[in-house]
Ligand binder design. Structure first.
Ligand code: GAL
Length: 338
């Protein structure tokens, strides 16, 4: 009897130890972070590196969703969410090699998602390639009624027969939505208005800076002005970002103006995220720091955009930021390059 009790006791101690150890491991992985360290590996709440490059953001309820390129093990697009823009929780894969037969040998880049109130669908637009090179130059579209659930891949095509490579998506305040993509071997950036269901292009609106050779477009509206940031075309290598502004989305757009430094702090633009708070609205530049040789070493930078007046944008380096999603303010912590 005594022996039985001892064995039970040993079993109890062993189980408790295992339980405590596990709690400890998951506690380590879910340590709440208080700041974004620019350029450092970003670890999600499950303890893994965030794979969401060339991504876009969308706010749904209290969550900011971050949807971007994953590229691991046949996954194309993954979904993360956060309530504070600092701690990101992996929520699932939205598109994989198995989602559709057109995706078996595909390469998907720069996915972005907007929500269509009329159809109650989340609509994803992205750059679609098939095979090892960039010859297809097509846009692709996928939808889902749940932002966290796998998307249904619909099609790939060339909008009005134009090539479509680096691309972006923008939903205006009145519900009109726009897709813009590098065309004519990346010499032209063309802006298209989407149909009411956001599943197709309705009209080719304008060619921005014809022959300008711009990539990595990100569009936002602040006050009375639309702003677009783009990069030059140097593949994975960073270059000088430029921005332009316009009172109307259809133009006339201003000339391209340099922003940040000659390498855009070693990054390439992917998105401009407005943080609408109770006190103010701030704008975050989100860029990829690509490692073209070892893609998974790529990281991110999140930098506040400064507006000296209504149509002037600045992008300065800060080591760390603390966005406050409640007030809309971004605390900047700089201790390098100074
Ligand atoms: C970049 C582009 C990336 C990717 C890369 C491939 O210019 O922005 O999305 O296509 O080229 O070299």
């Amino acid at each position: 009897m005594k022996c039985h009790k001892t064995r039970l006791f040993v079993l109890f101690v062993a189980l408790t130890t295992i339980l405590l150890l596990n709690t400890n491991i998951s506690a380590q992985n879910t340590v709440t972070k208080t700041e974004i360290i620019n350029g450092a590996n970003l670890i999600d709440m499950q303890g893994n590196i965030v794979n969401a490059h060339g991504g876009g953001f969308i706010k749904v309820g209290k969550y900011y969703y971050w949807i971007g390129e994953n590229r691991r093990k046949g996954v194309f697009v993954s979904c993360y969410r956060s309530t504070d823009l600092i701690n990101w929780e992996f929520r699932g894969d939205l598109l994989t090699r198995l989602s559709h037969k057109e995706l078996d040998k595909a390469n998907i880049e720069r996915p972005k998602v907007i929500y269509n109130e009329k159809t109650r669908q989340f609509v994803m637009w992205m750059h679609y390639e098939y095979g090892p090179d960039y010859r297809y130059a097509r846009a692709a579209v996928a939808t889902s009624s749940d932002i966290e659930k796998p998307f249904t891949y619909l099609k790939s095509f060339r909008p009005f027969n134009n090539m479509a490579r680096d691309c972006g998506l923008f939903k205006d305040e009145n519900g009109s939505a726009y897709f813009f993509a590098a065309a004519r071997e990346n010499y032209d950036m063309i802006l298209y208005q989407l149909t009411d269901d956001y599943l197709d292009v309705k009209e080719q609106i304008i060619t921005l800076w014809p022959g300008g050779h711009r990539e990595a477009p990100a569009l936002v509206k602040r006050g009375n002005y639309y702003f677009m940031i783009t990069s030059g075309c140097t593949g994975w290598a960073p270059n000088q970002a430029k921005y332009a502004f316009s009172k109307l989305i259809a133009g006339p757009w201003s000339d391209l103006k340099e922003i940040a430094n000659a390498t855009t702090y070693e990054s390439q633009s992917t998105y401009i995220l407005p943080i609408e708070g109770e006190k103010t609205t701030s704008y975050l530049y989100i860029g990829d720091r690509w490692d073209g040789k070892q893609y998974f070493n790529s990281s991110y930078i999140f930098l506040p955009l400064d507006f000296k007046n209504d149509s002037t944008m600045e992008l300065n380096w800060v080591d760390k930021i603390q966005p406050d999603v409640k007030t809309g303010e971004i605390k900047q912590i700089t201790n390098r390059y100074q």
